[in-house]
Design a protein around this ligand. Sequence first.
Ligand SMILES: [Zn+2]
Ligand SMILES: [Zn+2]
Length: 135
Amino acid sequence: MPNVNSPRALPKNYALIYRIVEESGIGRHLTPSDIYAKALKRRPGIGFSTVYRGLERLRDLGLISELYVPGEDAATYEPSGPHHAHFRCTSCGEISDVSYAIPSRTLKELARRHGLTIESERVTFEGRCASCTAS
Ligand SMILES: [Zn+2]
Ligand SMILES: [Zn+2]
C-alpha cells in the first residue's frame, strides 16, 4: 500500500494543486479560482472540477488547510503550517494571518466544563487592517 499521506503518492493533477498551494507560501490564502488559474497555466486543459476535487482531497489528507471566513463566499486554501488565527478586514476584505492560538489550558478547561471533545479550533478576528486604519 502506498502511503497516501505522502504528496509523492498523489495523482499528477493533485500533486500539481498541492505544489501550487505550497508555493503560495505561509500567509497567502488562495481561492479555488486563484488555484485553477495557476493550474491552467501549467497544465492547459485541467478542469475546474478536478481542481476542486483535488483541494477537497488534499484537505482531507491534512496536506493543506481550508479556511472559511465569515463574510466571504468561497473557502480559501493555504499550506498546512503552524497553528494560527486569521484577521479579516471589514473595510478592504484582506485576510491575513495572526500568530495566535487558544492556549491548550483554555481548550482543556472548556472541554471539561461543557463535556466536549474539542478536535480543532478556528479563530477569526474582524476589524480594520493596518493600512485601512492609517487611511
Ligand atoms: Zn483593510
Ligand atoms: Zn492563514
